[in-house]
Design a protein around this ligand. Structure first.
Ligand SMILES: Cc1cc2nc3c(=O)[nH]c(=O)nc-3n(C[C@H](O)[C@H](O)[C@H](O)COP(=O)(O)OP(=O)(O)OC[C@H]3O[C@@H](n4cnc5c(N)ncnc54)[C@H](O)[C@@H]3O)c2cc1C
Length: 345
């Protein structure tokens, strides 16, 4: 395999382009120049799923790989976008605190949960009736800075073209697009996958997310506070407050309902004053079994998909793009849980 066409230049398509370029392939990325997910994302890389107080799927593998990947790109691009992050979870119940208490001493969690003798240490200005715990090893990526520098790099290396993929110009039997032949075509179209005819079985769902941009001179700058949502300090008295999860809403408009929900999140954590300066909306490409979708089409050989990164694209994309490149170039099998063929009965 020598020449690859990638459709979609979000974090999925962009990371895959980097991995394939590192393997010496000739890569072209088409992006229609309209991103509703990777640029909007808060970019937090959090090993925990708080709802179940569990470690996120394969977090022990994804987290260290992602950190190394982003640090490598910071060097390559000459731009800084990775920040370490201290996440403080305020427990919603005795039961939740109990889960943490049990898990904090387990081997699996030793790199991710801070061991607390006393959860009740008061945190000034926070409503903390059940106490709180601090997550270790998390970080966040300034998504706008990252995506801008990724696109700048891909443009400079003549990989990225800002244009929409036009199906009538594509021959799937010849793997030819605009009279150029490719060895592989990979679809990384995020929530736009339902407009791509080849991988409909994946049933990627719309999961709309809204966030608020805040300013405050009093909210904490040194840690992210979390309970049924998060407040993320991004420097210079600016914060992100998120996020909503709205299933099968396709409209990319901000809503008052979401704004009220998000205000409830912050009001349940603190009474400190803030000003809302903006509201943003994006679309997560999510799969019902909560696993990404990777692989080659079983009938249309040479057509691939890399999608379904859901709520954790910034954590998953680095290692999954490496595994995808290994699969495409060296035939290394993909992780069973991500295979596209799981949808084909
Ligand atoms: C509000 C919000 C907050 C989030 N916060 C986090 C977070 O804190 N941490 C985290 O890890 N994840 C977060 N996410 C999730 C994360 O953003 C996604 O997992 C990730 O962005 C998905 O990346 P993607 O490349 O698959 O899709 P996208 O970013 O949507 O990229 C798809 C690209 O394909 C292009 N495209 C589509 N169709 C075509 C076509 N026909 N021709 C050419 N180009 C096409 C589009 O222009 C787009 O640029 C958040 C998402 C939202 C909405």
């Amino acid at each position: 395999m020598k020449k690859v066409l990638i459709i979609g230049g979000g974090i999925a398509g962009g990371s895959l382009a980097i991995q394939l370029m590192e393997k010496g392939l000739n890569v072209t990325v088409l992006d229609r120049g309209e991103n509703h997910s990777s640029v909007i994302a808060t970019g937090m890389v959090n090993p925990m799923v708080f709802r179940r107080m569990n470690l996120s799927w394969r977090a022990q593998e994804f987290l260290p790989y992602a950190r190394g990947f982003y640090m490598g790109l910071e060097k390559k691009f000459g731009v800084s976008f990775l920040k370490d992050l201290k996440i403080r979870r305020f427990f919603s119940s005795e039961q939740e605190r109990g889960y943490w208490q049990t898990k904090q001493n387990e081997e699996l969690y030793k790199d991710f949960l801070t061991v607390h003798e006393d959860f009740e240490i008061p945190i000034p200005n926070a409503k903390s009736e059940f106490g709180s715990g601090v997550v270790k090893s998390a970080f966040w990526i300034r998504s706008e800075t990252f995506m801008t520098s990724l696109h700048d790099y891909l443009r400079l290396t003549e990989v990225l073209k800002i244009e929409a993929f036009e199906e009538h110009l594509f021959s799937q039997t010849e793997l030819e697009y605009k009279d150029i032949k490719y060895d592989a075509v990979v679809f990384c179209c995020g929530s736009n996958n339902d407009k791509i005819p080849f991988f409909q079985a994946a049933k990627i769902q719309y999961n709309r997310g809204q966030i608020l941009d805040l300013e405050s001179e009093q909210l904490p700058e040194k840690e992210s506070w979390n309970r049924k949502g998060f407040i993320l300090p991004i420097g210079s008295n600016k914060f992100k407050l998120g996020a909503t999860y709205e299933w099968n809403e396709q409209d990319l408009k901000t809503t008052e309902e979401a704004r009220d929900k998000l205000e409830l999140v912050i009001n349940n954590i603190t009474d400190l004053p803030y000003t809302i300066v903006d509201q943003k909306v994006g679309m997560r490409p999510t799969v019902s079994d909560r696993r990404p979708v990777l692989g080659m089409h079983p009938e249309n050989k040479g057509l691939f998909i890399f999608n379904g990164l859901g709520t954790k694209g910034y954590m998953l994309a680095p290692l999954l793009s490496f595994e995808m490149a290994e699969y495409m170039v060296n035939g290394k099998p993909l992780h069973k849980e991500v295979e596209y063929t799981r949808f084909i009965k």
